[in-house]
Ligand binder design. Sequence first.
Ligand SMILES: Nc1ncnc2c1ncn2[C@@H]1O[C@H](COP(=O)(O)OP(=O)(O)OP(=O)(O)O)[C@@H](O)[C@H]1O
Length: 309
Amino acid sequence: MNDEVLTARGLRKAYGDRVAVHEVSLALRPGEVLGLLGPNGAGKSTTVGIISGLTVPDAGTVTLSGGLSLASDEAGYKRRIGLVPQDIALYEELPARMNLELFGALYGMPADLLKRRTDEVLAMVGLSDRAKDKPSTFSGGMKRRLNIACALIHDPDVLLLDEPTAGVDPQSRNAIFDNLEMLKAAGKALIYTTHYMEEAERLADRIVIVDHGRVVASGTQAQLFALLPAAQTLQVELDGEPDDAALAGLPGVQRVGQRLDARMTDIGRDTGPLLAALAERGVKVRGLATARATLEDVFLQLTGRALRD
Ligand SMILES: Nc1ncnc2c1ncn2[C@@H]1O[C@H](COP(=O)(O)OP(=O)(O)OP(=O)(O)O)[C@@H](O)[C@H]1O
């Protein structure tokens, strides 16, 4: 028995010679946000496309809880999945409300339910007072929020979001994050693709890092940071100008001008001994700061390249 709402196994998709997705497997539980993190072209959209049923894989399976798959019941499967595509997909010249009604009609929702859900999702994304307006008159952030509302109209269990904050102002971005946290609290399962590691760090319970179509690492943030030789850096601001000889031989310590950067796996344990060693050598300390490793560091460690170009 498992409590997964979605299980993807061995997904593979090639376009000619180019393998976009290679043996990607992932699983998702209710109330969980899975961050799919990787640079441009890593295969995130293709993976999401396969899970949504828009892209046919060359190999692999996606199953929802209860054993539901595209092969067993395509309409039933799609009713449980919502997709927020990377490129905004709206009818620009139709009122916001009508956009939602059209999406709802695709799922065969009865009129009374559709009316109720339309009101609910408009309220959720903060667009109730713009229901009669056309997306062509909306800001980028408002269009994104309406796009998310369209994906939620049929109340899916699983929401796939493909870089949903592209071109969004900070205020709308925060509003989107609030919405996603609300959905998570309501037990929805979310796959969130991004190449912004700050977004993955903020939202994701677990993260799958992809590169060149392959999963290079997956786990909780703590598990991913554990892949680094040192998860934290203690920055020691020096008082005066100690000579390099006084600083020689301190393990994991690097001098950066008037500062020492000490890489540590356990900052609580390792700070005391370092400060004692510095005092013993007559090195005076003016201040301390800590810097935490980021997912960018994890990606760099695993691939030797930066996440963003
Ligand atoms: N329809 C297609 N035809 C040919 N090649 C494609 C197609 N879709 C994707 N690819 C290629 O597959 C690879 C993975 O693309 P994908 O869009 O899945 O990456 P991504 O991680 O979502 O990147 P981005 O963040 O830029 O959207 C890329 O090399 C891309 O050029």
